[in-house]
Design a protein around this ligand. Structure first.
Ligand code: GRF
Length: 196
């Protein structure tokens, strides 16, 4: 039975594009929705161009009431009846209530080698620490930010003269390989980590 995948984005959606482009042929999943907290997110137009239904709920009118924003966002998500939820450049912290609804079937990609550098500015932190390698992690989403079971990792070298931008670009290339590989394995019911 084909798994239905909803993807949440906040920006350009390059990871969403990589995921959607991978879900073809004998892939066990298909995208059924791309939703965003920002109606101007560039990824929404990319999803629409691929014929994927989209939705957006602006988080700003809800202020600090995360649960109210999530209640609105849940409407199009639940209507799409997803089996799997993928966070892909989604920049809102989700409440335990929302996470709990998708326990065990919500994934996120984070631009560091977790458990190192949960949270923001991961590349800056790796450079400031003098790390010789960096990378990205796909993990199951749990109520603790960037902390769930690791489903995949990809490593890149940190090169002399790297800036945040050059390191981010190198990691992003690997994100686009890692996330689709993890999603396919996850959709097949296999939780063995993908190590690239
Ligand atoms: C990526 O670095 C991803 O790891 C982070 O958001 C950035 C932008 O992702 N979560 P995308 O291009 O919007 O997929």
């Amino acid at each position: 039975m084909t798994k239905r995948v909803a993807i949440l984005i906040s920006g350009g959606g390059s990871n969403m594009v990589a995921l959607c482009e991978s879900m073809v042929g004998d892939h066990p999943a298909r995208p059924v929705l791309v939703a965003s907290n920002d109606a101007a997110a560039g990824g929404l137009a990319k999803a629409a161009a691929m014929g994927i239904p989209t939705a957006s709920v602006d988080h700003r009118p809800f202020g600090t009431d995360r649960a109210a924003f999530e209640a609105e966002l849940l409407t199009p998500i639940l209507a799409a009846e997803p089996d799997i939820l993928c966070l892909a450049g989604f920049m809102r912290v989700l409440t335990p209530g929302f996470v709990g609804r998708f326990a065990g079937r919500m994934l996120n990609i984070h631009p560091s080698l977790l458990p190192k550098y949960p949270g923001l500015h991961t590349h800056r932190r790796a450079l400031e620490a003098g790390d010789t390698e960096a990378g990205c992690t796909v993990h199951e989403v749990t109520p603790v930010l960037d902390d769930g079971p690791i489903l995949g990792q990809a490593r890149v070298p940190v090169l002399a003269g790297d800036t945040e931008a050059s390191l981010a670009a190198r990691v992003l290339v690997q994100e686009h390989h890692l996330y689709p590989a993890v999603l396919r394995r996850f959709a097949e019911g296999d939780r063995r980590p993908v190590i690239l």
